[in-house]
Design a protein around this ligand. Structure first.
Ligand code: NIG
Ligand code: FE
Length: 404
C-alpha cells in the first residue's frame, strides 16, 4: 500500500466516468486541490484532500508530491510503431505538392514501409520499437496500443505479432501494451485483390495465432483502394467467432459507412472518422464503440480535421490518439497533438482529458481505469507543474515525470 499526498491537483474525472465519458462539461474534470490518494497494486483505496487522510492510512509509506499534478493514466490507443525505415522523403514530396493517396498508388506509402520492414531483422525491429515506446512513455503515457501491419507477408506478420507480445512482456509492470493485429493494412502487389490477400494471408494467420491468446484486437483499413465492406465484414465476423474484439480504420478519405460497420460489430473503436456522415455519428452516439479522432494525421496530411463537436454533441464517446506511424503522422507525442488540436476541435478541457485517458482506455477495453476513484485500478500519470491548465497550454513542453 502507498500514499501520494500534497498534490497541487488531482484530476479525478469521477463525474466524467459516471457519465460514461459522454456529454462532458468543464466541471466534470472534478479537481481535488492539495490532494492525496491511497492505493495498493490493484486498486485505489481512498482519494481526497491531504488534510483528510483517514487515520488508518496515516502510517503508510508516503510520497509528498507538492508541485505536481496527478491525472488518470494517459493512454495512446492507436499507434503503428513497429516499422522499418522512414518516409521523410515522402513528406518533402508532399510539401512540394504531391498527394498522399497518389504517392501510395505509385508504390510509396504503406507498401514502401513494407519493403523496409521486410528487410529488417527481428532484433533490430524490436530494439527500435523499445526505444520508441520509451520515448512515448516519457510523455506520461502508461498504456500503448501497437498495431502490426507493415510486413504484409504471412511469416513476417506472424513474427511482428509475436514481437509486440514480447514488448508486452518486456514492459510488464511498467507499461501496458495492447496487441492489435492489422495484417489487413494494405494489399501487397502480388495479390490480385484485397479479397485474395485476406483469404490467403489475413484470415488463416489470424486463425493460426488466435489460440496463442496474444492478439488483443483485430483491425482493418476499410477504405477505397484498400479493404472493402465485405472484406471487413469477413474479418470482423471471423474475429468475433474467435472471441477477439475489433477496431476499424474508418471513413478516413471517404464516407465508407465504416463507423456504422464498427457499431454493428460492437467494435471497441472506429478511428480517423474524417468523413463520417450524420448516420454514422448518430449510430456511434447510441453505441459503446469509441469514436477515436486522430488530429495529428489530419494535420500531417494537410486535411480538414474531423468534426469533433458533432460527435461530442451527439453523445458519442470520443477519444484522441496519436496514430504514430511513418507515413501519415510521424509524431509520437499525444499530449502535444491533443494540446494543439483541442481549440480547432472545439473540445472543452474535460473532453480533452477524457479523450486521452478515460475514453482512450475504453477503446482498449480497459474499463477499470480512466478516473482517480476508489475501486478503480491505480493507473496514473504525473506531471511536474502547478496546474493541469499548464499542460495543454504549453505546447510541446514535457511536464511528465516518473511515478514514485
Ligand atoms: O492510420 N490509414 C491507414 N494507416 C495509417 C497510415 C499508414 C502509413 O501511411 O504508413 C494511418 O494513418
Ligand atoms: Fe492508423
Amino acid at each position: 500500500m502507498k500514499c501520494y499526498k500534497d498534490l497541487n491537483q488531482i484530476i479525478t474525472l469521477s463525474k466524467a466516468k459516471a457519465k460514461n465519458g459522454r456529454k462532458l462539461s468543464p466541471e466534470d474534470l472534478d479537481v481535488i486541490h492539495n490532494g492525496a490518494v491511497v492505493f495498493n497494486n490493484d486498486e485505489i483505496l481512498w482519494c481526497g484532500k491531504t488534510e483528510s487522510i483517514p487515520q488508518q492510512y496515516q502510517d503508510l509509506p508516503t510520497h509528498s508530491l507538492s508541485g505536481h499534478v496527478l491525472t488518470p493514466e494517459i493512454v495512446d490507443s492507436h499507434t503503428h510503431l513497429v516499422f522499418g525505415g522512414n518516409r521523410a522523403f515522402e513528406y518533402s514530396l508532399r510539401l512540394n505538392g504531391a498527394d498522399y493517396e497518389e504517392i501510395a498508388r505509385q508504390g510509396g506509402g504503406i507498401l514502401s514501409t513494407m519493403k523496409n520492414t521486410l528487410t529488417e531483422d527481428f532484433d533490430s525491429l524490436l530494439k527500435t520499437a523499445v526505444a520508441r515506446i520509451e520515448r512515448i512513455s516519457s510523455y506520461g503515457v502508461g498504456s500503448i496500443e501497437i498495431k502490426s501491419g507493415y510486413a504484409l507477408t504471412y511469416e513476417k506478420e506472424k513474427e511482428i505479432t509475436r514481437l509486440i507480445h514480447m514488448l508486452k512482456d518486456h514492459f510488464r509492470g511498467k507499461l501496458n501494451i495492447f496487441n492489435t493485429f492489422l495484417a489487413a493494412h494494405a494489399v501487397p502487389k502480388e495479390f490480385q485483390s484485397s479479397q485474395n490477400y485476406l483469404e490467403k494471408v489475413v484470415i488463416p494467420l489470424l486463425e493460426e495465432l488466435a489460440p496463442e491468446g496474444i492478439i488483443d484486437a483485430v483491425d482493418i483499413f476499410h477504405e477505397v483502394g484498400y479493404f472493402s465492406t465485405s472484406d471487413t465484414e469477413k474479418l470482423l465476423s471471423t474475429a468475433s467467432k474467435l472471441g477477439i474484439p475489433s477496431k476499424i480504420h474508418a471513413d478516413e478519405f471517404n464516407d465508407n459507412k465504416g463507423a456504422m460497420l464498427a457499431c454493428r460489430y460492437n467494435s471497441l473503436s472506429c478511428d480517423h472518422l474524417l468523413k463520417t456522415g450524420d448516420d454514422g455519428i448518430d449510430m456511434l452516439s447510441k453505441s459503446d464503440t469509441v469514436a477515436t479522432l486522430l488530429p495529428g494525421t489530419a494535420f500531417f496530411l494537410g486535411k480538414p480535421l474531423a468534426n469533433a463537436r458533432k460527435f461530442l454533441d451527439a453523445g458519442a464517446k470520443v477519444a484522441l490518439a496519436s496514430d504514430y506511424n511513418p507515413g501519415s503522422c510521424h509524431c509520437d507525442n499525444l499530449v502535444l497533438i491533443a494540446s494543439i488540436a483541442a481549440k480547432s476541435l472545439e473540445m472543452n478541457i474535460t473532453e480533452v482529458w477524457a479523450a486521452i485517458t478515460l475514453n482512450a482506455a475504453a477503446a482498449l477495453c480497459y474499463n477499470q481505469q480512466g478516473a482517480v476513484e476508489v475501486g478503480l485500478r491505480p493507473r496514473f500519470s504525473l506531471f511536474k507543474c502547478d496546474s493541469v491548465d499548464e499542460i495543454t497550454y504549453s505546447w510541446g513542453r514535457n511536464f511528465a515525470t516518473t511515478l514514485p
